[in-house]
Design a protein around this ligand. Structure first.
Ligand SMILES: Nc1ncnc2c1ncn2[C@@H]1O[C@H](COP(=O)(O)OP(=O)(O)O)[C@@H](O)[C@H]1O
Ligand SMILES: O=C(CO)[C@@H](O)[C@H](O)COP(=O)(O)O
Length: 503
């Protein structure tokens, strides 16, 4: 009998469930895709029931197809897409589709928060109130769907809703709670000032737990539904970027993580709460008690690549598509892409900016366009790194995770644009492995999350910057940096035009 833990990575495009043994080996893995709806420009919603069904299908497949014995599943924990608003009524029924992290309908609510609380808000929550975060979404529903809001008794985040459906218990872990921007990050309590200013009762906010805390057993009803046993213990879990940081071994201040999922993230471990990025970079509680991490977000990273492929190369597998970029040159033959297809967050908190190709020439081929997309995404990561540089943060290693880290070409582009060494993980399952490590630590298999990381994480290939490419990218990046300001007004006008078309 080999005991395993399940790490459930509830992503934006799919849920991936990894079964991990005591040595940290992934023994089996199943995933299930679900849709995302965009009823208006800037809106992004999912049906929470799809998360529950997708997770259940993946678990059933682990049992039936991979032969996992439910009695051997000792624990389960989660990594969840952050910030998504799930509203529950008195009977814990979902009131409306979840409003996701990449939904940017909330610009006026972010302005309202800034006007009402200004610097006090950043001091408490350690973040600006950006469109993607949960509090503006709550206020949007309050203002635009009062009949629904009247029935709302509590809110949860995506993986917390999934955990509720698997255990029957309502709770939220600190790392995800920080992304609501209603948490007093340093004191680890819901902010009374936020509750009072926006007239939200304390009962609307769920109980807070640590990522490795025991959160209940699998309920009778979910056991019947999934085939799991009621003896399986469930643990808090974490925001996907915190779980990804755990799974990437981001436990040391000299390391930065770059994650190319649907979104893109550059994150840094923070030992102490007294670093002050003034809201230019997010600052959240880590999945490790009393530790923190900072991060900047490119709203569409892997998604910009996926979008471009869906329009111009639908049937081509991702690996082949990305490799086609090798036929182009460093700097994509003088073609630059800015990846703002869904607006941007860091360093430009601008929901209405849109993407651009600049410098299209009669000679450009598809390979140049693909390469420009891959490079533009990494230039936007470099923009985040420039904030760390500005604040004097020292780091020498970038750990690359996410779907984008499957491509050695894209990894080399990262090393050359960052001018840093970029390291991969042997088992590139950052968030899912991180989630499994949280369950394993909660079960007592390891003394701490750090202990689990030391025993489990194995770094893979390292990509070193090529000096010639670095010099070329320096030139192209300098041009890239001017494009946001140059395209801002045009983008905003075009979006206004598109919004008129829709209504
Ligand atoms: N073979 C590949 N090579 C490079 N990039 C890839 C490959 N496969 C997928 N990707 C990229 O990874 C992204 C998905 O990453 P993933 O971490 O699975 O996302 P999420 O967790 O947000 O659902 C895709 O949008 C795509 O751009
Ligand atoms: O909004 C953020 C972080 O602030 C995103 O990183 C989401 O957490 C979604 O993650 P992926 O589905 O792209 O992994």
């Amino acid at each position: 009998m080999t005991q395993v833990v399940l790490g459930v990575d509830l992503g934006t495009s799919s849920v991936k469930v990894s079964a991990v043994d005591r040595q940290g080996q992934i023994v089996a893995q199943q995933s299930f895709d679900y849709p995302l709806t965009q009823p208006h420009p800037g809106w992004s919603e999912q049906n929470p029931e799809d998360w529950v069904n997708g997770t259940t299908v993946a678990i059933v497949n682990l049992i039936l197809k991979d032969g996992l014995n439910p009695a051997d599943i000792a624990g389960i924990s989660y990594s969840g897409q952050m910030h998504g608003l799930v509203l529950l009524d008195d009977n814990n029924q979902v009131l409306r589709p979840a409003i996701l992290w990449n939904d940017t309908r909330t610009t006026s609510q972010t302005q309202e928060i800034a006007e009402k609380m200004s610097e006090e808000f950043v001091a408490i929550t350690r973040n600006l109130a950006l469109e993607g975060f949960t509090l503006p979404k709550i206020l949007w529903v309050k203002e635009n769907e009062p009949e629904i809001f009247k029935q709302a008794k509590m809110f949860l985040l995506p993986k917390d809703y999934l955990r509720y459906r698997m255990t029957g218990n309502l709770a939220m872990d600190y790392s995800d709670a920080a992304g609501t921007v209603a948490l007093d990050v340093v004191h680890k309590v819901w902010s009374k000032a936020v509750q009072k200013t926006f007239d939200l009762p304390a009962s609307f906010f769920p109980e807070l737990i640590e990522s490795t805390d025991f959160a209940g057993y699998i309920s009778e009803s979910y056991a019947t539904f999934s085939g799991l046993h009621t003896s399986t213990k469930v643990f808090g879990g974490a925001a996907d970027n915190a779980a990804g940081a755990v799974g990437a071994g981001l436990l040391n201040a000299n390391m930065v993580m770059s994650s190319i999922g649907t979104s893109g993230v550059v994150a840094k471990f923070e030992d102490r709460a007294d670093v002050d990025y003034k809201g230019d970079i997010h600052f959240f509680n880590h999945a490790i008690p009393n530790k923190f991490y900072s991060m900047g977000v490119t709203l569409a990273a892997g998604d910009a690549n996926a979008w471009f492929k869906s329009v111009f190369g639908e049937d081509i597998p991702f690996g082949d598509w990305v490799n086609e970029a090798a036929q182009s040159l460093v700097g994509a033959n003088g073609l630059i892409f800015t990846p703002y297809i869904s607006g941007e967050r860091t360093p430009y908190p601008d929901a209405d900016i849109r993407a651009s190709f600049t410098g299209i020439d009669r000679t450009h081929q598809r390979a140049d366009f693909i390469r420009a997309v891959l490079e533009g995404i990494i230039f936007s990561f470099k923009d985040i790194m420039m904030i760390y540089d500005r604040e004097g943060a020292n780091f020498d290693t970038v750990v690359a995770i996410g779907g984008g880290a499957k491509s050695s070409l894209w990894l080399q582009i990262q090393a050359d644009i960052f001018n840093k060494k970029v390291t991969t993980l042997v088992n590139e399952q950052g968030p899912g492995l991180g989630a499994a490590m949280l369950a394993a630590t909660g079960l007592g298999w390891y003394d701490s999350v750090q202990d689990a990381a030391n025993k489990i994480i194995k770094f893979g290939t390292t990509y070193y910057p090529n000096p010639e490419a670095v010099a070329n990218y320096d030139q192209v990046y300098a041009i890239y940096q001017t494009i946001y300001a140059a395209t801002k007004e045009i983008s905003h006008e075009l979006l206004t035009y598109r919004r008129q078309l829709k209504h």
